[in-house]
Design a protein around this ligand. Sequence first.
Ligand SMILES: [Fe+2]
Ligand SMILES: [Fe+2]
Length: 268
Amino acid sequence: MPVHRIRPDISVLSDSLEVPGIGYIPVNAFVLHAPQPVVVDTGLGLPDRHFLEVLAQVVDPADVRWIWLTHPDRDHTGGIDALLAAAPDAKLVTTFVAVGIMSCESPLPLDRVHLLNPGQSLDVGDRTLTAFRPPLFDNPTTVGFFDDLTGVCFSSDCFGAPMPAADVAESTDARGLPAEDLRAAQLMWASVDSPWVENVDPKRFLDSFHLLRDRAPELVLSTHLPAAEGITERMVDTLGSAAGLSPFVGPDQAALAQMLAGFEPTGP
Ligand SMILES: [Fe+2]
Ligand SMILES: [Fe+2]
């Protein structure tokens, strides 16, 4: 689980998950090294991941002041309980509905929560972070943000793409993939993660990219893509074309049975 300091004020905690037949899905968390340090999402909760120990390579967990949870899907909440315990001064930046969803598993003390809706901003010492709803998402509570000092966009699931290998998924640069391959992978991810794009009105859908077009971030950081520098316009064009896309349909039971039959028996 490599940690990349991609800018003086940004670390990427890179991870990935292999999905048979699809590829390697990057699963990133981030640290924004502002005067009030911000952790953005908390990775996978698999037993061997040890989120806190990885985080401690770049920031003392006790110094973390904000945990920006872009949405409470399990690939974003792996280290959350451990981090809340290790960072007594940290508040969880999230939404009212996300708190409700999380309360189904482990209720959050409300004095540890900071509710922030799209359009609102958070002051982290030397800059503000302005929340927005990314154009594509798989959870209704999803909130990404723009760093108002540097322009960097944290886009949550939006712009994700399966990668051909784990080392590519955990690399520092989405431009490592040829443009056409990246485009195909991002549309594939859109068809998996946001199957509702099949039903959207193309014009209204395109309008939902207006903030990204206006702010034109030089760097886009998605949970499910290596850091994407200097290709925002191209990526917006890719996802802007997703209206009407056919949803991904996974293998059915017959396909699973065929796959299992192909495995060599193990054991005595
Ligand atoms: Fe998600
Ligand atoms: Fe996700």
